[in-house]
Design a protein around this ligand. Structure first.
Ligand code: SAM
Ligand code: SF4
Length: 324
């Protein structure tokens, strides 16, 4: 079992399989960003399998594939297959912008991925383009394909930005209601240059909750693997909506996760720079036990909480480097 010094049990690993992306969401990966990791620095499928195997033997049960955009990594299916087959891994999920999902949803389901988080910040073509630099239609087709492939649950993540997409909240609720999708609203985080440029549009989600309460009844709802979101059921419908409030109400005291970058750096907190470089150990012949001990030692120094409020300029890497 992996426990940190604040008695938090780490069972969840977010694995970034690439720091590249076919979108340029301005709050995540600004167009000016040029410094991407080179293929020699990426963990290979075999290295990923070996490392996740060590995490699984230490008690990690849930792995989420993220990026950048995970579907731009050619070996994604191979990586998913290898992780799904590891003893101890009970759940394999994926975060995606859905731009390529229409093509790959069936094969990802076959590879063992079951739960999907899909980013969707707008249902308006122009606004979608303004936010992501890309097209809306393939994403909507990707969501339809994911529903047809049988993924469950599918959670739609909408980053709420004042003056940009906050007027679309009710429209998004109806879209998700019609399709049986879970909808989660996310506050902007000041991670990287993009995240900080979005701060001028920051909107505390308590405002959105109050607005929705004027229109719907919101009953507290439980959701398996709920992580940091606070969930409600809308009226008596099956629709569950969640509020993720890293800024206005941080949830660090129940944090159960760590993150692994494409280059094999184990990041102990999204909002801090503490990390352990595992790739040099893999490539210099370290034994499994040496790797496990290094992981235990790193987890023991996991920071208590992020410092988005006190030091919003602290994190230079873009969100796309670690996948949220
Ligand atoms: N490309 C995939 C996607 O968009 O779902 C996975 C990686 S993306 C970095 C993961 C999540 O982080 C997305 O839901 C995205 O909206 C969110 N995100 C990125 N930058 C953010 C920021 N500055 N503040 C809040 N959420 C952010
Ligand atoms: Fe790409 Fe996801 Fe970041 Fe958008 S939020 S730029 S889709 S990694």
């Amino acid at each position: 079992m992996l426990k940190d010094s604040f008695n938090r049990e780490i069972q969840y690993l977010r694995l970034s399989v690439t720091d590249r992306c076919d979108f340029r969401c301005f709050y995540c990966l600004p167009r000016s960003h040029r410094e991407f990791e080179t293929p020699e620095e990426w963990l290979t499928s075999e290295e990923i399998e070996r490392l996740i195997g060590q995490f699984a033997s230490l008690g990690v049960k849930h792995v989420r594939l993220t990026g950048g955009e995970p579907l731009v990594r050619k070996e994604l299916h191979d990586i998913a297959n290898r992780i799904a087959a590891l003893p101890g891994i009970e759940e394999l999920s994926l975060s995606t912008n859905a731009s390529r999902l229409a093509q790959y949803s069936d094969s990802l389901h076959e590879a063992g991925v079951r739960r999907l988080n899909i980013s969707l910040d707008s249902l308006d073509e122009e606004r979608f383009k303004q936010i992501t630099g890309s097209k809306l239609q393939p994403v909507l087709q990707g969501i339809d394909a994911a529903l047809a492939s049988g993924f469950h649950p599918i959670k739609v993540n909408m980053v709420i930005m004042r003056g940009i997409n906050d007027h679309e909240v009710e429209k998004m609720v109806e879209y998700c209601l019609d399709r049986g999708l879970t909808l989660r609203f996310i506050e902007t985080m000041p991670v990287g240059e993009g995240g900080r440029s979005a701060s001028e549009h920051y909107l505390p989600l308590s405002e959105i909750e109050a607005r929705l309460r004027e229109r719907y009844s919101l009953k507290p709802a439980a959701m398996r693997g709920s992580g940091p979101a606070n969930y409600f059921q809308i009226d008596d419908s099956g629709l569950v909506i969640g509020f993720i409030t890293p800024q206005s109400q941080h949830f660090c005291d129940t944090c159960n996760r760590v993150r692994l970058s494409v280059t094999g750096d184990l990041h102990l907190c999204l909002g801090q720079e503490d990390r352990l470089a595992l790739r040099p150990m893999l490539r210099s012949g370290a034994s499994d036990e040496e790797i496990r001990q290094a992981i235990r030692d790193a987890i023991a120094r996991k920071p208590e909480r992020h410092h988005f409020d006190e030091a919003p300029e602290a994190i230079l890497r873009p969100m796309s480097a670690l996948g949220g």
